[in-house]
Design a binder for this molecule. Sequence first.
Ligand code: FE2
Ligand code: FE2
Ligand code: FE2
Length: 181
Amino acid sequence: MTGEMTQTNLRSAFAGESQAHVRYKIFSERAEKTGFPNVGRLFGAISFAERVHAGNHYRNITAKGAAETVSAALFGARTTSEDLKAGIDGETFEIEEMYPAYKTVAQFQGEKAAETSFTWALEAEKKHAELYRKAKNVVDQGKDLELGTVQVCTVCGYTVEGDAPAKCPICSAGRDRFKSF
Ligand code: FE2
Ligand code: FE2
Ligand code: FE2
């Protein structure tokens, strides 16, 4: 069967993104409860972006099989600083190892739709890692993040602070496809 490995990778990425969606929701609630409302809002926005990634991968899954994950999740984190560290580590793993490897396999197998799904996620995760790094720097000084409106592309999960761009730099969707947090 062609593309079996890409199918396995899609299932793994779907599981990883689904977990990230829920994990960031939990982190969001904890940040809000412990005096970091803006960090909480950032986790909430990125949680939604991971839901977009999960949906994109899900649409490309055709084979049946158990969901497995290689996502570098950290369990049992207790503070918002540790949650942000977990976020940075998870995003970095996806940027440096998981999505480049999945993309290469999809390319090799001629799986165009899967390749797009992996590419969009890979590009969006770069912004997530950057935003979490910025948040961790201020949280480690005991302060909440100064954060404007956060915009998330509902097509590819691209995440940006401020106004939504006229055209998404990752997937070219128009401004009306962005959701604000
Ligand atoms: Fe993601
Ligand atoms: Fe992400
Ligand atoms: Fe987009």
